[in-house]
Design a protein around this ligand. Structure first.
Ligand code: NAP
Length: 532
């Protein structure tokens, strides 16, 4: 006797929607969530300044027209607390709370061929069995703290932004060191600088950031927008990034330079990363085109930052703009004009050690009261490997993916029957509006399970051949762009020893959806189906 139809790992945007979707299809489902609240990435990353850089109107569920009409976002870009309120509202509205078990981490899952089910173990010592095992554990869940010699000896408190204390941290009067200048570091830094005695930003790699131009969402604007929300969502589904963007449709290199400067200036003033990089067609495929954008952005840094030496250090070099995640901030660069902020170049003078009173680089020592790490995540595979997942024949997922993650359509792995990964490696996932991609995956998996039941199939498993062909295609598309050129978390370069594989599908959300739908329409082509 199998306990449930579906076990879901995690209660972030994907887990919450998965619970709703499976329940609505008449399936029994339970989600296990490690946190003591729902929200996933938005639950854990509660550092000051945490805000989504996809607009609220896009970064929200599309499955319920009633929900999208009744919920009002207060700002163009939603801040972390507002996203959590939204998700709580969704869980309450659709009656999901009884099906989510908080404070419970999934520790392992083993496929049992005899009963065609998964045995899922949890941190409370329980085991539950389910026909289907669905990971909604997130792409950026396993956070990374650098292995700095002497960190244990540091006398002050240190924090990682992905495990921020729920009661907040008071930096007033403190000398704070911040390591990490990615999307997170760039958001948290100005918040710390506003209150700290002094902020030292330890920068290994400078990052490109476009302005947000965040602002309140006015009622009249909201009303007008909501009157055509359905049409807008339909456009988003067919779009490249999961957000409708109007580009020129022309290569930057074919345009008169004055026109290019004018358009970039307009888009810089309007704010937002996607419209900026999406203005021309060749920015992410041609280095020469990319250089035009990069230089425009470096000029904006130079005109913002008073000290030319600091400005030059903040100017990113050595990788194409966009090939590391483009950051967004309204105040990061200007923050370096404050007298209580210093930029420390740890590329040319690396951190040698942490001592009880601070951080020592090869050039200097910095007396610190607190340290903040915004040093990122073991992306895409980290959360999956944190569980002991064993597929057919007891093979661990870790072994199956030792040379790099492999998943057919980015949703199912060969050797792991009846297991699905929401926004897994090989799908558009982190290269798209995540909420849209989550909904697409969850709905595809739900429809698949309903279809299997209607046909009396007990099992489904991606074939090794279909998976290999898909991953080859993913890599071919990636290699036609500039993305693999950067040492980014996109290729696993931030995790020592991780195989360098580019595992996101870059052909766009619309074409990807069409491919998934075609696979389903062909009776789940590329999957082996088992009998009752
Ligand atoms: P990240 O992009 O991986 O950045 C990590 C930063 O830490 C980088 O500056 C990295 O430098 C530095 N770092 C890592 N290890 C280090 C070490 N040992 N010594 C010195 N520096 C080190 O991580 P993140 O900023 O948390 O962002 C991760 C992703 O989360 C983003 O790309 C984005 O997709 C998402 N995110 C989104 C938002 C938003 O929507 N606004 C906000 C935050 C995060 P190197 O570059 O030299 O490796």
């Amino acid at each position: 006797m199998v306990d449930l139809d579906v076990v879901v790992v995690g209660a972030g945007f994907s887990g919450i929607y998965a619970v709703h979707a499976f329940r609505s299809a008449g399936l029994t489902v339970k989600a296990f969530e490690a946190g003591d609240g729902i929200g996933g990435t938005w639950f854990w990353n509660s550092y000051p300044g945490a805000r989504c850089d996809v607009e609220s109107k896009d970064y929200s569920y599309a499955f319920s027209p009633e929900l999208e009409q009744e919920w009002s976002w207060s700002e163009r870009y939603p801040a972390q607390p507002e996203i959590l309120r939204y998700l709580s509202h969704v869980a309450g509205k659709f009656g999901l709370w009884p099906h989510i078990q908080l404070n419970t981490r999934v520790t392992g899952a083993s496929w049992d061929a005899a009963t065609a089910s998964w045995a899922v173990t949890t941190s409370d010592g329980a085991t539950v069995t389910a026909r289907y095992f669905v990971s909604a554990a997130g792409c950026l869940s396993e956070f990374q703290v650098p292995d700095l010699p002497g960190l244990d000896s540091f006398e002050g408190p240190w924090y990682h932004t992905a495990r921020w204390p729920k009661d907040g941290v008071d930096f007033a009067g403190k000398r704070v060191g911040l390591v990490g200048t990615g999307s997170t570091g760039i958001q948290v830094a100005p918040e710390i600088a506003a209150v700290a005695d002094h902020l030292y930003v330890f920068q290994r790699t400078a990052n490109f950031a476009v302005p947000n131009r965040n602002r309140p969402w006015e009622e009249a604007e909201e009303r007008a927008f909501k009157s055509r929300y359905r049409e807008y969502r339909a456009e988003a589904r067919e779009s490249f990034l999961g957000v409708p963007i109007t580009g020129t449709g022309r290569p930057v290199l074919s345009e008169p330079p004055d026109d290019v400067q004018r358009l970039f200036t307009e888009r810089w003033r309007a704010g937002g990363g996607m419209p900026f990089l999406g203005a021309y067609t060749d920015v992410l495929v041609s280095q020469e085109a990319n250089d035009v954008v990069a230089e425009f952005m470096r000029d904006r840094i130079r005109e913002t930052v008073d000290d030319p030496a600091v400005a030059e250090l903040l100017c990113p070099r050595g990788y194409p703009v966009g090939s590391k995640r483009l950051c967004q901030s309204d105040d990061y660069y200007a923050m370096f004009n404050r007298p209580n902020v210093s930029l420390v170049d740890i590329r040319s003078t690396p951190v040698e050690s942490v001592y009880p009173g601070g951080v020592k680089t090869s050039a200097d020592s910095y007396e610190l009261d607190s340290l903040v790490f915004a040093t990122g995540f073991d992306a895409l595979t980290g959360a999956l490997f944190a569980m002991d997942i064993r597929g057919a024949g007891g093979v661990p997922l870790r072994s199956a993916w030792a040379a790099g993650a492999q998943a057919y359509l980015g949703v199912a792995a060969a050797g792991f029957p009846n297991m699905f990964i929401i926004t897994g490696p090989g799908s558009p996932s982190v290269f798209s509006n995540m909420v849209l991609s989550i909904e697409q995956h969850v709905e595809w998996v739900r429809d698949c399970v309903v279809w299997l039941r209607s046909r009396g199939h007990a099992t489904i498993e991606a074939t090794a051949a279909a998976q290999a062909e898909w991953m080859e295609h993913v890599s071919e598309v990636a290699n036609s762009t500039l993305f693999p050129r950067a040492d980014s978390w996109y290729v696993g370069a931030n995790i020592p020893g991780k195989p360098r594989v580019f595992t996101s599908y870059l052909a766009g959300c619309g074409p990807y959806r069409a491919r998934c739908d075609a696979v389903a329409a062909a009776g789940y082509e590329g999957f082996a189906l088992g009998g009752p």
